[in-house]
Design a protein around this ligand. Structure first.
Ligand SMILES: [Zn+2]
Length: 667
């Protein structure tokens, strides 16, 4: 009689094989990495002997659970910033912190903690996407779990690469050395269409095809993404990535929240797998993925936790339950996505989504011995009904908790027995995680205290500091001064006409300065808008130097193009007050005694009609230049006949004080 390395007996087997067999009083025999026998205990014990018998004590033996999408090392960022919109969360918090802290050490530590947490909830395989993916692969293999490890590629510098070419080269190197590893399937992850270019998607697809490995990505996660694609490319995301050849590769696409029937069929036709992420989509209010339609179309839809910073845990029992409940609520149909189907998504369909179904996803002879024992006898799972097999799936999906998992085996090796982790010593890891949290806290406390640092953190102020010298005059009739501007002392270099829509963000602490979001509409002679530009300016408090009338001042400025929406900046900077100023501006760029200046004639349209302002200003890069120019401005005013005009500090009195006017002070 052949010998098995292990025989697990006295269990109810939920095989998730093609026939969906449930075997009461069952047993499995494990030889090496594989399942050698799966069947009634009497048959298995008659066919195999083993010195190692594991008594499952009547519990339920299931295929190891597949977490179809995560970013494992983000266990270290769990709870760092929550209750934010995806862009503010990602661009304002996750990416700046990742740029500062993510290293090989960070990834190893975070991945090991994730492995420990996943093992406890019966997860034996996960699809990962992060930086330093080889380090994650190594940590995962050491801990003994199976994973699809995908090296992230982005169009901008990332924590482990200065350019996309670098990360692509790293992915190639990683894949070529790890392909064929018994536990790790190496892979490449172009992060998402909106963080990649067409060229990156094409190159990643080619790489995945060349090595015949899966490609892991995020597709159609938010409505905003899809709308942007429709606007820019006149098509939604799925056909666009198809055009880039993405589906030449074996794709695992996370989210797919906003896709239509045509796109579902494209995905199905391409043999792509989908990772549905119920908690993450709920928490980030991304919307409801059409999971029922996807499953009906025959798509392989697995379930993923997504990263522990957007979930915030790695509990697949919770995800299975949510997947089923959300589908019912969204379709208005309580028969939608029954427990059996939800459990399939977490096992056999998940394995298919990862393109790993030859190895895992069910308890079948020849597949890897990846399995978990679940105790369904605790208080919350009782009593048991046995008149229908559905009752067992219902217990697994609707009542079981992750801590009901007692034992986990991967690749024929025990990783957890009696709820004790055998390959990971959690305590020192948690201590190190606490140390990262302390350092990140210090970083964030310092950053949150400074508007400038927050601006720098989102890449909004790469330009160096400059100084502005300016004077503002309130005029009854600007015509005489404008006529003198055409005199021989002044050379007019350029003239333009704008509508400017300014939103000032005001902060209680005047030392923070004020942040202005400006929408500049350039207007041609016929009054038509020909160009729009968005700019962000952080102006320091006006304390550099005060000249005559106390209003000719210079102050520091940081200028940057505004690449995000006003809503994004409002949520990210959370100012204490806001003020809108809309004005019509005639602008002359002039040369006076070899120095350039701007002369602006402003008519304020909002908040209230006032007399026009004339503004003379110049920007410099040193304080000494600012002083020279300040002297020239005084001379200019004399030549323009404006030396007696009423000078004011700002176009709106409260702005000069750096505070919001009462009427609009609170949002
Ligand atoms: Zn994700």
């Amino acid at each position: 009689m052949p010998a098995a390395d292990w025989i697990l007996t006295n269990a109810t087997l939920v095989t998730m094989d093609d026939d969906g067999r449930i075997i009461e009083a069952g047993a499995v025999a494990v030889q090496g990495s594989n399942l050698a026998a799966v069947g009634p205990a009497a048959e298995v014990l008659a066919a195999y002997t083993s010195e190692n018998l594991h008594d499952c004590r009547g519990r339920v033996l299931i295929p190891g659970i597949v977490n179809a999408h995560t970013h494992a090392p983000m266990t270290l960022l769990r709870g760092l910033a929550d209750d934010l919109r995806l862009d503010v969360w990602l661009l304002g918090y996750m990416w700046p912190v990742e740029r500062e802290f993510v290293s090989a050490d960070f990834c190893r530590l975070g991945a090991l903690l994730a492995c420990a947490e996943m093992l406890r909830s019966g997860i034996t395989c996960f699809a990962d996407m992060y930086y330093h993916e080889e380090v994650i692969a190594k940590a995962t293999a050491e801990a003994g779990l199976r994973a699809l490890c995908a090296q992230t590629v982005l169009k901008f510098p990332s924590p482990d690469a200065a350019s996309y070419e670098d990360s692509l080269a790293a992915a190639r190197d990683f894949i070529s050395r790890w392909k064929g590893h018994p536990l790790i399937v190496p892979s490449v992850a172009p992060h998402a269409p909106y963080t990649c270019t067409a060229e990156i998607l094409q190159d990643c697809a080619k790489l995945a095809v060349e090595f015949d490995v899966p490609l892991h990505t995020h597709l159609s996660e938010t409505l905003q993404e899809v709308e942007q694609w429709r606007e820019t490319y006149d098509m939604p995301v799925i056909p666009w990535v198809k055009k880039q050849g993405l589906f030449d590769a074996k794709v695992l696409a996370a989210h797919c929240v906003h896709i239509d029937d045509g796109e579902i069929h494209s995905l199905e036709h391409a043999g792509a797998g989908v990772a549905h992420n119920p908690s993450s989509n709920l928490k980030l209010a991304s919307g409801f993925a059409p999971v029922v339609a996807m499953l009906e179309a025959g798509l392989n839809v697995g379930i993923g936790t997504d990263g522990p910073a957007s979930n915030n845990d790695l509990d697949m029992f919770e995800e299975m339950r949510l997947a089923s409940f959300i589908a019912k609520a969204v379709t208005g149909d309580p028969t939608a996505l029954p427990a059996r189907q939800a459990f399939a998504m977490a096992t056999r369909l998940g394995a298919r989504a990862l393109h790993m179904h030859d190895l895992i996803g069910s308890l079948e002879v020849g597949k890897r011995a990846d399995l978990a024992v679940v105790d369904l006898d605790d208080l919350h799972s009782r009593p048991h009904f046995n008149h229908s097999p559905e009752a067992l799936y219902s217990r697994l999906v609707y009542t079981a908790k992750s801590h009901d998992v007692t034992d986990v085996m991967v690749d024929g090796r025990w990783l957890m027995r009696d709820r004790r982790l055998l390959t990971i010593d959690v305590e020192p890891l948690l201590e190190a995680a606490g140390e990262y949290a302390r350092r990140i806290d210090v970083f964030l406390i310092e950053r949150e205290g400074s508007v400038l640092n927050k601006l720098i953190a989102i890449g909004g102020a790469e330009q160096e500091e400059s100084y502005e010298v300016q004077v503002k005059l309130r005029l009854e009739d600007p015509a005489p001064a404008m006529a003198r501007l055409r005199g021989p002392e002044f050379e007019i270099l350029r003239q333009a006409h704008y509508h400017e829509y300014d939103t000032y963000f005001l902060f209680d602490d005047p030392a923070q300065g004020r942040l202005r979001y400006r929408e500049d509409e350039f207007v041609d002679e016929s009054g038509a808008v020909t160009n729009v530009r968005y700019r962000l300016t952080l102006t320091g408090p006006a304390r550099e130097r005060e000249y005559e009338h106390s209003v000719l001042l210079s102050r520091s400025r940081f200028l940057a193009p505004a690449t995000h929406s006003l809503r994004f900046y409002r949520e990210y900077f959370s100012p204490q007050g806001e003020l809108q100023v809309n004005k019509d501006r005639m602008r002359w760029q002039i040369r006076f005694r070899d120095q350039e200046f701007f002369v602006n004639l402003d008519t304020i349209l909002e908040p209230a009609f006032q007399r026009p302002y004339l503004e003379v200003k110049s920007r410099t890069w040193s304080r000494s230049d600012a002083e020279v120019k300040a002297g020239l401005i005084v001379d200019m005013l004399r030549l323009l006949g404006l030396d007696q005009a009423e000078a004011v500090a700002d176009e709106y009195p409260d702005l000069a004080l750096g505070r919001a006017p009462n009427a609009t002070s609170q949002r």
